[in-house]
Structure formats: structure tokens, C-alpha cells
Design a protein around this ligand. Structure first.
Ligand code: PLP
Length: 397
């Protein structure tokens, strides 16, 4: 079958592929522990679901303007302005069907043939594919392992060319859980500003921050003068356990936001209206939002401590990133290669086959010596998973 040049390099999302296989094996009756999924295991907080149900009953079931319900855009702008300590216009907000669509809109609208887009690596699996869809060139930039892979201006210097138009960063990071400090973000923002490189900052895990009970540092904590052109990406999926509702948003200068809106108006029209009603509650009922996010945050922190402790105890020599945010543990498994297993993809397949544990191989994130374990599940399941992983490792030692 011949497909157009638009999609000839397109691959299905690697992380979704692993969790689909794990679900299939479970449906066939295998005892599978699926630690590959990128979603919280909590139910959406009741006050949010109730708002959607009331919306549906009240007839909020028609199209909305493409950029989102005006009251939702205003609520998001108010939250962003409160965070930044300066006014961020409502016109800059575009509500999308998930942060993924917000990223697609931004990348597709801002980059094209001949452009290079730097992607801080290891990266969330979708970024390079979105850049490729836009027919621009993704350029991976690895930070050093000793700095939990966070990139610095000198890392960026080594990858930049005259064609560099954009940089994508993600903090807290999927897959590493690393969190950029405000000083580190300021250096990156300055590097982009000086070169007129558009900075896309994906802060979807910002509220899942383990080391302090505050949101992780983000672009809006910088002064306006410190920032060049940027697009902030965020949403409701992770921090409000709303992955299936499909609500994300971007904030950027209104002129760009209008183009993102035009693209969306020709592709999906608008994020689902009942989901927007749910998001309106999430972004305007500050007290309930804070209470539910901190309850989930406490659970994630406890699980983070648990997986780090088990890894140190059961796989003592394995390099890993201690996650400061998000709900992933990224560790290196090349020490266990051998016997026909030469990369993390093969290692993960044999782990799934022999022990029924699904992890995501690092090929999805740019380095197939590492794997990602999602700890968005119960303590009991995590304990069992570590027993099985160490049994697999013990068997080949
Ligand atoms: N950005 C990152 C870093 C993610 O890990 C994900 C989902 O896994 C997304 C964006 C997509 O979020 P959404 O479900 O809102 O599209």
C-alpha cells in the first residue's frame, strides 16, 4: 500500500503499543503486571465528574468555539496569571483534545520543511514523530547522565545549527522524572531567547512533584523579560487523573494562538464539550482542585520512595534516575544483556514473556539501554513487580 509522504515515516506510539500488548496478554488469561501505561490509577475527582454530568443534563452538548469555552479559557488564563504574577491573556489559551493535540497544533503550525527542532532526550516518545509529521527534522539532544539527563546551554550548542527553530523540553520529565530547577530553566530560556528559537515547554506533570509540596518550576515562574517566544503546554490528564477526558491546553502569544485555533478548527473543531465542563470545574474550583491534587501527590510520593528503595535493594548496581516528579522510574538494564538479549526492547519482551511484567523499552525514548517503569499503581503490585524483575535478573546472572 502506498501512503502519502505526510505519513510515510509515521510509527504508532511505542508506549501505547506496549500497553496494548500487555492488555491483550491479560485478556488471554495471562497474569500480567502492566507498568507500561502513562496514566494515574486514580478515578477522576468527583467534583470534576459531577460538573460534566450536570453539563450534559443541562444541554452543554453542542459545539464550542474551536479554542474552547470562553469561561474555561478565562479560568485557565486566571490560573496562569496567578502563577506568573502578571496578566496572561485569555486569547493566548487554546483548549485541545489532550496535551497531545496541543503539541501537534504547536509543532505543525510553527515548524516545517528545512527547520530543525531540538528535542531534549531522553524524550517523550511522541515529540520526534510530531516534528516528522510537520516535515521538519527532529534533533535529539542528550543531557549528561550525571545531571539526570537535563540539557544545558552547552549541550544545546553542540546540536544547534542555522536551521534550528525550536526546542522541546519536558519538566517533570517523562521518562526520567527529572525536574529542571528555576535556574536551569532560566539558562535554557536565555539560550532560546538569544537565538530566537521557539521554546516549547511541556509541563503536563508539573503538579506531580515529589520533593516539595509545590508545583515544579515552570516557564511562568520566570520574569517576562527572561522569555523569548514560547509555547506552554499543560492540561488536565495527569494532575487530575483525566486521561480519558482528553483535555489539554497551550498558552502562547495571541497571534500564534489564533493560528493554532485555525488549525484545530479544521481538524477536530473543539475538545469534547462535556469534558470542557469537567475541566472548568478542575480549573476554577481551586480548593477542591488543590485538595485532590495533594491527595494524589502524597500517594505518588510514597510510591516513588518505595520503587527507589526496592531498586536499590534488589538491583543494587543498576544506574537509575531518582524521580523528582511524574510517576516513572527510569533505569538502565544493559548490565543484564546477554544470551540473545542485546537491547532493552528484547529484554522487555523476555521480561513480559517470562515474568509477565510490562515495562517500556528505552527505544521509545531515544536510548535502548534503559527502561521505564510506571509506578502509578498500588504498593502491592509494585512489590510483586520488583520480585518478578529481580527473579528475571537473578536467572541470567
Ligand atoms: N506530554 C507528556 C510528556 C506525556 O507523557 C503525555 C502523555 O503520556 C502527554 C503529553 C499527552 O497528554 P494528553 O493525554 O493530555 O494528551
Amino acid at each position: 500500500m502506498n501512503f502519502s509522504a505526510n505519513v510515510e515515516k509515521l510509527r504508532p506510539s511505542a508506549t501505547i503499543a506496549v500497553s496494548t500488548l500487555a492488555r491483550k496478554l491479560a485478556a488471554e488469561g495471562r497474569d500480567i503486571i502492566n507498568l507500561s501505561a502513562g496514566e494515574p490509577d486514580f478515578d477522576t475527582p468527583g467534583f470534576i465528574s459531577d460538573a460534566a454530568i450536570e453539563g450534559i443534563r443541562g444541554g452543554r452538548t453542542r459545539y464550542t468555539p474551536p479554542a474552547g469555552l470562553p469561561e474555561l479559557r478565562a479560568a485557565i488564563a486566571e490560573r496562569l496569571s496567578a502563577r506568573a504574577g502578571r496578566e496572561l491573556s485569555t486569547e493566548g489559551v487554546v483548549v485541545s483534545a489532550g496535551a497531545k493535540q496541543a503539541l501537534f497544533n504547536a509543532i505543525f503550525s510553527l515548524f516545517g520543511p528545512g527547520d530543525e527542532v531540538l528535542i531534549a532526550a531522553p524524550y517523550w516518545t511522541t515529540y520526534p514523530d510530531l516534528v516528522t509529521l510537520a516535515r521538519a527534522r527532529p534533533v535529539e539532544v542528550f543531557g549528561s547522565e550525571s545531571r539526570d539527563f537535563k540539557v544545558t546551554p552547552s549541550d544545546l550548542d553542540t546540536a544547534a545549527t542555522d536551521a534550528t527553530r525550536g526546542l522541546v523540553i519536558n519538566t517533570p520529565s517523562n521518562p526520567t522524572g527529572a525536574v529542571y530547577s528555576l535556574a536551569e530553566l532560566a539558562e535554557i530560556a536565555a539560550w532560546c531567547r538569544e537565538r530566537d528559537v521557539r521554546l516549547l515547554s511541556d509541563e503536563i506533570y508539573g503538579h506531580i512533584h515529589h520533593d516539595e509540596d509545590v508545583v515544579a518550576p515552570g516557564l511562568l515562574d520566570l520574569a517576562a523579560e527572561e522569555l523569548g517566544p514560547f509555547v506552554l503546554i499543560d492540561g488536565a490528564s495527569k494532575s487530575f487523573a483525566m486521561t480519558g477526558w482528553r483535555i489539554g491546553f497551550s498558552w502562547t502569544e495571541p497571534e500564534v494562538a489564533r493560528k493554532l485555533t485555525a488549525l484545530q478548527s479544521q481538524t477536530t473543531s473543539n475538545a469534547a464539550t462535556p469534558s470542557q465542563m469537567a475541566a472548568l470545574a478542575a480549573f476554577s474550583d481551586v480548593a477542591d482542585a488543590d485538595a485532590s491534587r495533594s491527595a494524589m501527590g502524597r500517594a505518588f510520593r510514597r510510591r516513588r520512595d518505595l520503587v527507589v528503595e526496592r531498586l536499590r535493594e534488589l538491583l543494587p548496581d543498576v544506574p537509575f534516575v531518582r524521580p523528582a516528579g511524574a510517576f516513572y522510574l527510569y533505569f538502565r538494564v544493559d548490565g543484564f544483556f546477554g544470551d540473545g538479549v542485546g537491547d532493552a526492547t528484547a529484554w522487555c519482551s523476555s521480561l513480559l514473556e517470562e515474568q509477565g511484567v510490562a515495562l517500556v523499552p528505552g527505544a521509545a525514548f531515544g536510548d535502548d539501554r534503559w527502561v521505564r517503569l510506571s509506578f502509578a499503581t498500588s504498593d502491592e503490585i509494585l512489590e510483586e513487580a520488583f520480585q518478578r524483575i529481580s527473579a528475571r535478573v537473578g536467572a541470567i546472572r
